[in-house]
Design a protein. Structure first.
Lengths: 191, 191
DNA sequence: GGTCGTTAATTGACTCGTCAATCAAGAAAC
DNA sequence: GTTTCTTGATTGACGAGTCAATTAACGACC
């Protein structure tokens, strides 16, 4: 059992279990024992690898944001024209990997976590900054000086759609979400 | 001290203290003792009047939504034309009473609460329904069959602006928030 | 290819603090 | 003297974090 390359496997399992457990509970009020149990290990092991419950949450949050970041980067890789690139970012925001029940519920709770934990706030700030920077860069050729305002609007709209989905009982509809945001974009760049 | 009309006063004080305390903590992880302490009463009294911690949260949430609802109703009272009415709703959404640090922080946490408490979910659903109904009614003459889609977008955008404000370090800027949403509206109704 | 010390993995049991909820009893109004 | 208001004290549960002890892989050396 006690293999040598266990650490990365355990860490990954615990991170995954954390996201699932937070989504299941709908809040951060999950015990380390619950997380560890779902990951198939003891709570002591979770503490051994992460040191604290907070650290477990941060790792889970980092994972969610990493997946999201990779999704965006991937989508941008093949897009050339500014308009295509902005659309790619929006599409990536609602990618199957990120816009799923689990991630959305976890994501909402990470916003709450950011209210208290500086490290969580920092992570979220990085995500915002990157998204904003990407959007502004490609919006500039499309809407000129309004790039800042439009990127602000797009960012808020994406977050808002996520938030509402967190409350919805229906399964997330990527198509509808994407269409809603792209419609806004179309209106802003003048059809 | 032990006056007869104490109940409503105590209840109101506890509700107010709850909102402040949730905003201060940035989460729902506040103890009944903290809330009661801020309200100037014992934790036993808080339990006496509300029965449980959950009930205290629900009362606080109801209060926030009531204030918001009153604000919208007030704004609509003087607006006649559809376009004016929609703008009034947006303005009311960012009214000084609702779009303040305290309420925003509490509001975010109530979204989390709604993930677990059916009653909280119900309250939030009522708010969504009312807002949506108001918006659709006045958007119909402006955008026809797109009324549903536009009201969806406006609602999500408002929520998104709230969410981002919850993370911001700067004080809420009602003007900027309103302008952002009204710009979206203007684009949708064709300037 | 077998013995053996070293190191990593893993856990059960425990500690210590915290907190929601209860209750019995005191103080003030009416 | 009854009703309402109010609290200090207590209970009972729960949960984060610690620790000492166990198990199993690994490599080295003969």
């Amino acid at each position: 059992m006690a293999r040598h390359a266990a650490e990365p496997i355990r860490r990954a399992a615990i991170v995954k279990a954390t996201i699932q457990e937070v989504a299941r509970a709908g809040s951060l009020e999950v015990t380390v024992a619950q997380i560890a149990g779902r990951a198939g290990v003891s709570s002591a092991l979770a503490h051994h690898y992460f040191g604290s419950k907070e650290a477990i949450f941060v790792a889970a949050m980092r994972h969610v944001l990493t997946v999201f970041g990779a999704e965006v980067r991937g989508a941008l890789a093949t897009a050339e024209a500014p308009r295509d690139r902005v659309e790619a970012i929006v599409q990536a925001s609602f990618s199957a990997a990120s816009f799923r029940r689990e991630s959305i519920a976890a994501w909402l709770n990470f916003y709450v976590l950011a209210q208290t934990m500086p490290e969580a706030r920092r992570l979220l700030a990085v995500y915002h900054k990157r998204l904003r920077s990407n959007l502004v860069h490609d919006l500039r050729p499309l809407v000129g000086e309004r790039a800042n305002a439009v990127s602000e609007g797009l960012g808020a709209l994406i977050d808002g759609v996520y938030l509402r989905q967190a409350l919805a009982t229906k399964a997330p509809d990527r198509k509808a979400a994407t269409a809603l945001v792209l419609d806004y974009l179309a209106k802003e760049v003048g059809e």
